[in-house]
Write a protein that binds this ligand. Structure first.
Ligand SMILES: [Zn+2]
Length: 91
């Protein structure tokens, strides 16, 4: 996603704005991989292959979320990996 998209993205659950951005991989003004975090409800939204995946809890793919956290556990803050909603790693 273009970094500038941050100016218009809000949490789909509580509409909190702006979201916090953590970049894992970027190319110029494009964030290729990363995460968006709502500082109000502590939900994270993965950015995978340039696409921010911003779905409500009941439409999220639990296995994909776990894979994402496992893969990036050393590159994302602990508040996402170990405390993020709607799912986080136990250890
Ligand atoms: Zn929220």
């Amino acid at each position: 996603m273009k970094r500038k998209l941050l100016d218009i993205l809000a949490c789909p659950i509580d509409k909190h704005y702006p979201l916090e951005l953590f970049e894992i991989r970027s190319e110029g003004d494009i964030v290729v991989d990363g995460a968006l975090v709502c500082t109000s409800c502590n939900r994270f939204y993965p950015i995978i292959d340039e696409i921010p995946v911003m779905l409500p809890d009941d439409l999220r793919n639990k296995n994909e979320d776990i894979d994402f956290l496992m893969k990036n556990r050393d590159r994302l803050p602990e508040k996402i990996v170990k405390q993020g909603k709607p799912i986080h790693l136990e250890n």
